[in-house]
Write a protein that binds this ligand. Structure first.
Ligand code: UTP
Length: 405
């Protein structure tokens, strides 16, 4: 095949990405096939969607009512009995988001495999499964766990969890799926390559779970099982409580379509998305948007003190209503490795990754219960090796919470 006898050229010309074919004639047949496959798999609409949503308009922002941790404690018996009842009836499931690249941590394996133990091996995965198993035992029923991976880490995650026998969880209820990939570009929107015959692809963001769940067919599995609530969580919080009966009970009792665990902001500079109401609708403002809004000073951000921790409970029926229009795409400035005769790893940001965010799904929900959790009990993210939100801080918090490391 040459560059002239395919419609590849037309696709790329229309998209302003002809540079991707510059080495084409020098490639072997297998390399040409691969490059063609990767190019034809690109969803070019992401670039348009990204342009549109780069700078979002906020009409009027207001704090959202918070379901306080004190109230959750006071009402724990009622809430837990509602939550455990729903789990026992098969109405709840978990989605573990493990598709990220963990670039800040720099650990050469999937983050869930990171050993947070000091004297013995305690992987982050083991902490998640310990809690999940505990809930299943309390409810007297196993529930499905959908694990989102990426093309880069699926095999390693699957092998690791199988080798650990899912830490005692019922293997027949664990399902792996891969999120979609999006090409990374320079600041002018030109797609980077990672070799003459491959594109620099990155997972399409923590919000990619929903479209991936649909395209791999597991949404049908969710429906078939009668699961009404999916608890979507990040893997990198070592104190994450997934399918927490109290949280599920509170969301159901409130009659909300969605729940978000939130934490009181530690300080005004904490890099955390803030939950609020935008024009009467649940919304989350990312920390970088907050900086912009503060500068523009066109809308008040007073009183927005609670941040999201990437632990959301979505009503499946309500989520399905959002299927007809894809989530917006955000451009994230990143250091992106690229090939230009050799593979380079830049020291500074040189382009965009294109990501969907789980928070945008929250915005599609007519209502959301903002459920307060206590940081010391439930929020210890591992983003970096040292410093803020690091392995060090997570270990300290686990020790304070009574874990033997
Ligand atoms: P982050 O957005 O913090 O990304 O992920 P990350 O990959 O862990 O780390 P950096 O930014 O590269 O340093 C929050 C959660 O969302 C998941 C991650 O695996 C983590 O559980 N995630 C993120 C995905 O599943 N897919 C993505 O495309 C991005």
């Amino acid at each position: 095949m040459t560059t002239h006898d395919t419609n590849l050229e037309k696709i790329l010309r229309d998209a302003g990405q002809m540079h991707l074919l510059s080495d084409f004639d020098g490639l072997s047949d297998a390399e040409r096939d691969n490059l063609t496959k990767e190019i034809t798999a690109i969803d070019f609409t992401i670039f348009e969607r990204a342009k549109f949503f780069d700078e979002k308009n906020y009409e009027s922002l207001a704090p959202i009512p918070i379901f306080s941790s004190e109230r959750a404690e006071e009402e724990k018996e009622t809430l837990e009995s509602i939550g455990l009842g729903a789990i026992a009836e098969g109405k709840a499931g978990a989605v573990l988001l493990c598709g990220g690249q963990g670039t800040r941590l720099g650990y050469p394996h999937p983050k869930g495999m990171f050993n947070i133990g000091l004297r013995r091996e305690i992987s982050i995965f083991s902490l998640h499964f310990r809690y999940l198993k505990e809930v299943a035992e309390r409810a007297g029923a196993w529930f499905p766990i959908y694990i989102m991976t990426s093309i880069y880490n699926r095999r390693e995650i699957e092998e690791f969890l199988k080798e650990k026998a899912f830490f005692g969880y019922d293997p027949s209820l664990i399902f792996f799926f891969e999120q979609n990939m999006a090409p990374a570009t320079d600041f002018d929107g030109k797609i980077y390559k990672s070799s003459p015959s491959t594109l620099e692809l990155a997972p399409d963001g923590n919000g990619g779970w929903f479209s991936a769940l649909v395209s791999c067919g597991y949404l049908d599995d969710v429906r078939r099982r009668g699961v009404e609530w999916l608890n979507v969580v990040s893997i990198d919080n070592v104190l994450q409580k997934t399918v927490d009966p109290r949280f599920i009970g509170a969301t159901i009792a409130a009659g909300a379509c969605c729940g978000a665990k939130v934490v009181k902001r530690a300080d005004p500079d904490e890099r955390i998305g803030l939950i609020c109401e935008n024009d009467g609708h649940p919304s989350v403002i990312e920390y970088y948007e907050l900086d912009r809004l503060k500068k523009e000073n066109t809308v008040s951000v007073e009183g927005l003190d609670y941040g999201v921790i990437l632990n959301y409970l979505f009503n499946v029926g309500e989520m399905e209503k959002t299927l007809s229009s894809p989530l917006p795409v955000h451009r994230a400035r990143k250091k992106i490795p690229y090939y230009d005769g050799e593979y380079r790893k830049p020291e500074t940001e040189n382009g965009f990754k294109y990501e969907m965010l789980a928070t945008d799904l929250v915005e599609r929900m007519p209502s959301c219960l903002a459920y307060e959790i206590l940081r010391e009990k439930e929020f210890a993210p591992v983003k970096n090796l040292t410093g803020i939100d690091s392995v060090d801080t997570a270990r300290e918090m686990l020790l304070s919470a009574g874990y033997a490391l």
